[in-house]
Design a protein around this ligand. Structure first.
Ligand SMILES: CCCCCCCCCCCCCC(=O)SCCNC(=O)CCNC(=O)[C@H](O)C(C)(C)COP(=O)(O)OP(=O)(O)OC[C@H]1O[C@@H](n2cnc3c(N)ncnc32)[C@H](O)[C@@H]1OP(=O)(O)O
Length: 191
């Protein structure tokens, strides 16, 4: 793991937000057209995440023929996306909006098409706006061997990050989303 992903000595353990969803509760998609979790992306990952204990989440991603790199095997970038999306869902447990600053991925086993990747992610430390986290993706069941893993640094941002940098048409469409929970996740977590 690179030094950039090692929390400084002054970093604090993460604190689960009192209003975080209960363990086992589905988190749903934060945006319908998110490639990681949105239902509106026909070739997306359709990753389904749930709240875990403490500041952790679990998720599943089923590898389909849309996700291949080598014939019959998941593309490494797609697997990194699954890890990134699962780590991104941790913001909901802290009730902050955060984006990936750094993502270091280890690919330990090939992941065939048809595999359900069982993901687990947790925050390990927080220092100011910096959120240190780690994730695994297992195959053959939630206790199966680790096929992929990652260490990450997410950086807390305000909603202006998206308004200033995203395209107005998508921002406005997301704000008009009739799904109130999803709208809250996208825009009202920490405005
Ligand atoms: C529709 C909208 C709503 C959607 C909401 C849901 C979102 C969820 C989406 C989920 C989808 C899945 C998730 C996704 O895919 S999120 C999409 C992929 N990620 C991005 O697009 C992020 C692009 N990067 C940026 O915007 C900026 O660089 C950020 C915001 C990250 C920081 O720029 P900013 O100007 O704000 O802050 P700063 O530069 O002062 O840095 C602050 C601190 O952080 C440290 N640092 C920074 N980078 C690194 C690094 N690489 N290694 C080590 N350290 C790093 C830095 O040294 C400093 O530390 P310190 O000096 O304070 O000690």
């Amino acid at each position: 793991m690179s030094t950039a992903l090692t929390p400084p000595a002054e970093a604090r353990p993460p604190v689960r937000h009192p209003d975080a969803p209960a363990p086992g509760e589905p988190l749903g998609a934060h945006y319908a057209y998110c490639f990681g979790c949105g239902g509106g992306q026909p070739h997306g990952l359709h990753l389904e995440a749930r709240a875990g204990e403490g500041v952790s989440v679990t998720a599943e991603f089923t590898v389909t023929t849309d996700h291949q790199g080598a014939p019959g095997l998941a593309h490494g970038g797609v697997l990194a996306t699954a890890l990134d999306e699962t780590l991104g869902a941790l913001g909901w447990m802290l009730r902050v909006i955060a984006v990936t600053g750094r993502l270091e991925t280890d690919f330990r086993l090939p992941v065939p098409v048809g595999t359900v990747l069982h993901l687990q992610a947790e925050v390990t430390a927080v220092h100011g706006r910096k959120i240190y986290s780690t994730a695994t993706g297992r195959i053959g069941g939630p206790e199966g061997p680790v096929a992929v893993r990652a260490d990450a640094l997410f950086v807390e941002v305000k909603v202006d990050h998206f308004i200033d940098n995203g395209r107005p048409e998508e921002i406005q469409a997301a704000m008009a989303d009739p799904d109130q929970v999803r709208r809250a996740r996208a825009f009202e977590v920490n405005p």
